[in-house]
Ligand binder design. Structure first.
Ligand code: PMP
Length: 363
């Protein structure tokens, strides 16, 4: 009879110490927690891009994802050798760290920011230096010098920044990129809701990589497609590190077809931007809550008082927002995704009711 071993191999100490990414999935009536687009694609558009009969299921997907990369390339005026696609942007962050990070290399990030930079740095054995952002969450003064002082090899700049919603100007990015031999990765997962883009700097800086995703403005979070735009040299090395069939055939075909119809998404993006401004103003007026201006599809909110308690109250009303309470310095902060107008109304009404002492009965 087989005997169980007394002890089995432990993970590396840095993995054992890591806190797993927890997206806090709950089934709720109003989900404003994951910065998704609140609108699924219209049925006709879905049918047009998801041509199940034409995608062979018995064959592996195109390992070069050529059709998808061509569609992305024609949107940006770039050749396919300047584009890598991944199973979500997350996978491209991992592939980039596998190719350029690892032992002896250092990542620099400006905190608070997207937690996957730190998690995937640890997973790939890359040292990670966190530089604190300024009071309104902009990059601190002398950020480029701090990166050099930290001997950073790879800098992640999230713009608009998750979770704070503010952007970094191209002028500041140029200061970071100039005379820097490391890589600067500008994560533009939410760029479609903002203005300026670092894509226009790609021609001038071979050390720049711009990360984009179909998960947010493009409403394809469930299909998992992200892409990275960079100098062909960087792309060639990332392609060596990623898994061969990383994006499945249905997702490749659908994302390519959607990219060719990108214009169809403009109306929804405009509505979300308008709702963002409405939710911002409503929350910012509420006593005890400070909303931070955002160029993304979410709003960072500081609670004067017990933030996690407010999060629990909202959850008990069927509204899920992101509780940032586990992040040092953000103990009483929440991140609220901009939803559909009716969902935003529920959020605003619930917050107002709570601000009035929690009940409407004596009015
Ligand atoms: N970057 C940022 C800043 C994000 O917020 C996210 C999604 N949470 C991603 C990248 C990755 O998105 P995806 O893997 O869905 O493309």
């Amino acid at each position: 009879m087989a005997r169980k071993p007394k002890e089995i191999l432990r993970p590396r100490a840095d993995i054992a110490a890591l806190r797993a990414y927890d997206p806090e999935h709950h089934r709720v009536r109003v989900n404003l927690s994951a910065n998704e687009n609140p609108y699924d694609l219209p049925a006709e558009l879905k049918a047009a891009i998801l041509q199940v009969e034409q995608v062979p299921f018995n064959r592996y997907p195109d390992p070069g994802a050529l059709e998808l990369r061509r569609a992305i390339g024609s949107n940006y005026g770039l050749g396919i050798d300047g584009i890598a696609v991944g199973n979500g942007g997350d996978e491209l962050i991992l592939a980039l760290l596998l190719a350029y990070g690892g032992a002896g290399r250092t990542v620099v990030s400006f905190e608070p920011t997207f937690v996957m930079y730190r998690i995937l740095s640890t997973v790939t054995g890359t040292a990670c230096v966190a530089i604190e952002r300024g009071p309104d969450f902009g990059l601190p003064g002398g950020a480029a010098d701090s990166v050099k002082a930290a001997a950073g090899d790879i800098v992640f700049i999230c713009s608009p920044n998750n979770p704070t919603g503010n952007t970094v100007s191209n002028e500041a990015l140029v200061a970071m990129l100039t005379d820097f031999s490391g890589l600067v990765v500008v994560d533009e997962a939410y760029q479609e809701f903002a203005g300026e883009s670092a894509v226009s700097l790609l021609n001038d800086f071979p050390n720049l990589a711009v990360l984009r995703t179909f998960s947010k403005a493009f409403s394809l979070a469930g299909l998992r497609v992200g892409y990275l735009l960079a100098d062909p040299e960087i792309i060639a090395n990332i392609l060596k590190a990623k898994l061969p069939y990383n994006v499945n055939a249905l997702s490749q075909a659908a994302a390519a077809a959607l990219m060719r119809r990108a214009g169809a998404l403009g109306g929804v993006i405009e509505e979300i931007r308008g709702e963002r401004d409405r939710v911002f103003e409503a929350i910012d007026k509420m006593p005890g809550l400070t909303a931070y201006p955002s160029e993304a599809n979410f709003i960072f909110v500081r609670v004067a008082g017990d933030g996690p308690a407010l999060w629990r109250d909202l959850l008990s009303e069927g509204i899920l927002v992101r509780n940032l309470g586990q992040t040092e310095g953000l103990e009483n902060c929440l991140r609220v995704t901009v939803g559909r107008p009716d969902e935003n109304d529920v959020l605003i009404e619930t917050l107002e009711k709570r601000g009035r002492g929690g009940d409407d009965q004596n009015r």
